[in-house]
Design a protein around this ligand. Structure first.
Ligand code: UT7
Length: 330
């Protein structure tokens, strides 16, 4: 029996032009370029000067549509992964729908932090596999600068703004496309990476502002330990489930939180660094955007080819983590 698979048929990305370097951060907090580079791999990140996360997504989606040669009105579904939605509601997927003119689409947001994109693409692929939809737009975008405390050196140095998007369509060949996904959550990790203010538990008040509860908080050391293991474990698991070894993998597209986490994952998979998409040095951690942003950059440089084996892997707040196996279809 032939089974429908979802192929990624187009990609797009966008980062805002303003660059915030490690040297700029030296002026804001007690840190230095050398510490940031050696501990994280980050040299600079981008920050948006106005607008919301949807405004980062619009140019990414326009690049994707141009690349595919279709109009937004052909999109059936929009899945928008973000932890920095324009507003709590309406969903940023709906905001984006209006801005790009995706008149016939329905859409929703996914809140899974740094794993937002792997969650979203797994769901999007299954919407295609049911046969119900033909064009699913999956966006990962975050304006992390909107929830950064630029007086906290533990977090301010890590994050940046960006957007990436992929289009999923039925694959003409069932051996190509999104072939497998494995996702996890562990709510016991919630205490180590969160933003406590502004939700129903702590609605905004003068007190929540004074206590800086509208900023991201992270216990970096605690997250680091589980992230290194979690991302490597799930990447190894996705290989084993599909009878692959590191030698079969053409590209690892890891979430970009820390170069040391990326290196540990590549080592566990037995992968050479040359097979890992790494742009953390230029953008820092753009949360839901890291994976589609890297994928789109590499594709536009002509480095991603039909038939190649790609593994997408992430770890983030929740905790959430997961990996996706894609055989590139075009
Ligand atoms: O994407 C979501 C998932 N998030 C992650 O995966 C992030 C995981 N965590 C990390 O990437 C790392 O833990 C960090 C990059 C956040 C921190 O690196 P670390 O190697 O764990 O450093 P640390 O927190 O253990 O700090 C080491 C030292 C401390 O000084 P002492 O106590 O040894 O004297 C810190 O106070 O470095 C100090 N430090 C800094 N120094 C300069 C911490 N932050 C900074 C800074 N600049 N920005």
């Amino acid at each position: 029996m032939s089974k429908i698979k979802a192929a990624i048929t187009s990609v797009g990305h966008f980062v805002p032009p303003k660059v915030l370097t490690n040297f700029d951060l030296e002026k804001l907090v007690d840190t230095n370029d050398e510490w940031i580079r050696t501990r994280t791999g980050i040299s600079e990140r981008r920050v948006a000067e106005g607008g919301g996360t949807s405004d980062l997504a619009v140019p990414a989606v326009q690049m994707l549509l141009k690349n595919r040669g279709i109009g937004a009105e052909e999109i059936d579904v929009i899945i928008f992964a973000t932890v920095t939605p324009d507003m709590f509601f309406p969903a940023t997927a709906c905001v984006l729908q209006e801005k790009i003119g995706a008149k016939k689409a329905w859409g929703f947001d996914i809140s899974a932090a740094c794993s937002g994109f792997v969650y979203a693409i797994s769901l999007g692929a299954q919407l295609i596999e049911t046969g119900a939809y033909k064009k699913v737009l999956v966006v990962g975008a975050d304006k992390m600068s909107s929830i950064m405390d630029y007086t906290d050196r533990n977090t301010a140095i890590l994050f940046g703004d960006g957007a990436g998007a992929v289009l999923l369509e039925p694959s003409s060949d069932e051996k190509l496309g999104v072939l497998d996904h494995k996702l996890y959550s562990d709510g016991s990790g919630g205490q180590y990476l969160y933003m406590s203010g502004g939700g129903s538990l702590n609605p905004p008040t003068h007190e929540t502002i004074d206590k800086k509860m509208h900023y991201l908080v992270q216990d970096g050391k605690a997250v680091f330990k589980v992230a290194v293991k979690g991302m490597a474990d799930v990447s190894e698991e996705i290989l084993q489930r599909n009878n692959l070894t590191g030698a079969d993998v053409d590209w690892l597209i890891p979430h970009q939180a820390n170069l040391r986490i990326i290196d540990a994952t590549a080592d566990r998979m037995g992968l050479d660094k040359s097979k890992v998409m790494i742009n953390i040095g230029r953008y820092g951690n753009t949360t839901a955007a890291t994976i589609p942003l890297a994928l789109s950059e590499w594709w536009h440089e002509g480095k991603v080819k039909k038939g190649q084996n790609l593994v997408l892997a992430s770890f983030g707040a929740g905790y959430t983590w997961g990996a996706v196996y894609v055989k590139w279809a075009y």
